[in-house]
Design a protein. Structure first.
Length: 164
């Protein structure tokens, strides 16, 4: 983890079937990109910990021009986290410019399982969570899956493992 991130309050309860909001605060200890994992404990025996990757940009303080927005230098598709996963995983990627983005999940047979994204997105650091479900909303079986990011002319595929 990173000391630059804090969650306040550091504990809260959400009733079954309800929803809740909380805030993650970023207090920079250095200039540049920083990231951390926020772990949420649940009482769900099938999903005891939810992991969320957060990123922040630290800058100097004082009377200065605002630093330029941090924009990735290249298209990047990162390895999903966690991997292996059950029941959900986070897929992060980077867009150096506005792009038409498609992110799809495929079976080992090459069959499209789920379309996670099909939209135009601004440049930046992005992530999306796959809940282990297909387009029909049903949980998919354990096994190896591939995720494919297409952003403009950029195409990359990575492998992940759903272990139930």
């Amino acid at each position: 983890g990173s000391s630059a991130f804090s969650v306040s309050p550091n504990a809260f309860n959400v009733a079954t079937g309800d929803s809740g909001k909380d805030k993650v605060y970023f207090n920079s200890t250095a200039v540049g990109l920083d990231s951390a994992l926020v772990l949420l404990a649940t009482n769900d025996p099938l999903n005891q910990v939810i992991t969320i990757k957060v990123k922040g940009i630290g800058s100097t303080t004082g009377v200065q021009d605002a630093p330029p927005l941090l924009v990735p230098e290249a298209f990047v598709l990162e390895q999903n986290y966690p991997n292996p996963f059950n029941p959900s995983t986070t897929i992060s990627y980077q867009l150096p410019k506005e792009s038409n983005v498609e992110l799809r999940i495929y079976s080992v047979l090459g069959e499209a399982v789920r379309t996670l994204l099909s939209e135009t997105q601004a440049a930046g650091y992005k992530s999306v969570v796959w809940d282990g479900r297909g387009d029909a909303g049903l949980s998919v079986s354990s096994g190896i899956y591939f995720y494919r990011l297409k952003a403009g002319e950029f195409v990359q595929v990575r492998k992940m493992l759903l272990a139930k």
